[in-house]
Design a protein. Structure first.
Length: 266
């Protein structure tokens, strides 16, 4: 891989920043969304896509084009075919994991409802607290990413879900895998690859631990395709087709009221 940064000290610093930004892309997007874009009606995934695109650009700057394509020419058509073939298998594994773990979660007894604290008679906010209480907007608590807000934020046109899937592969299987492959020690390579695989699954923690576990088949399959073909095309195709399935589910099953398990997002 040929870096476009030729100063060793600057390249090492940029490499460290690249890894940190790639691992925390969703957290960065969430903070930016709440701080600057939520009140403008911008969806979380749109901000996430912008952050992923920026990280991908930084990866190309630090690692060069080899971050995305570093294998033989036959790897491109092979990745295209293998990615298309792997997509339904990954979708089936994701659905099976979601249903199995969803049944376990549903079988657990619900925690007891918290007893509301007794209301003290005759107390009220005074001074600055009273002014804040009077001026606080009634929708202030709606900025938390609740279940309803979460579902509305991912209810975007198909192009957005496909774009997020493509960019996630460029970051997790392109940038982070590229960083791992330039390491000299085999142990460090394996650790970085495992970290990238786990980080992708953990980026779905907002949808619950069941979705984190359900994302491991996709993450492992995408990594295997990238290492086998030497490019991210297979991972991109598999992820794009997987997200297309999610979009189709959102626009068919959920509006009809079918009580099937919610599939994982992006």
């Amino acid at each position: 891989m040929t870096s476009l940064i030729h100063i060793p000290e600057l390249r090492d610093t940029a490499l460290t920043a690249l890894v940190l930004c790639a691992l925390s892309a969703l957290a960065l997007a969430s903070h930016l969304h709440v701080r600057f874009f939520d009140h403008r009606g911008v969806h979380t995934l749109q901000v996430y896509a912008a952050v992923l695109a920026a990280v991908t650009g930084l990866g190309l700057l630090v690692l060069g084009p080899g971050a995305l394509v570093h294998g033989p020419a036959w790897g491109l058509p092979a990745g295209l075919a293998l990615g298309a073939a792997a997509a339904p298998l990954v979708a089936a594994a994701d659905t099976a994991a979601t249903r199995r773990l969803g049944r376990r979660t549903a079988a657990r007894p619900a925690p007891p409802a918290a007893t509301p604290a007794p209301r003290t008679r005759g107390t009220r906010a005074v001074g600055p607290a009273a002014r804040i209480a009077r001026t606080a907007p009634p929708t202030a608590t709606e900025r938390r990413w609740t279940a309803n807000r979460r579902d509305s934020d991912v209810a975007l046109p198909l192009a957005w879900l496909v774009a997020v899937g493509v960019l996630e592969e460029c970051v997790f299987r392109g940038t982070l895998t590229g960083v791992a492959l330039i390491q000299d020690a085999l142990v460090v390579r394996v650790l970085l690859l495992a970290l990238a695989t786990a980080a992708f699954a953990l980026s779905h923690i907002f949808f619950g631990w069941a979705q984190v576990a359900a994302k491991l088949p996709l993450s492992l399959t995408a990594l295997a395709l990238t290492l086998l073909t030497g490019n991210v095309l297979g991972a991109v195709v598999a992820h794009a087709l997987f997200n297309a399935r999610i979009w189709r589910y959102q626009n068919t099953v959920r509006p009809s009221g079918t009580a099937s398990p919610r599939p994982a997002r992006s």
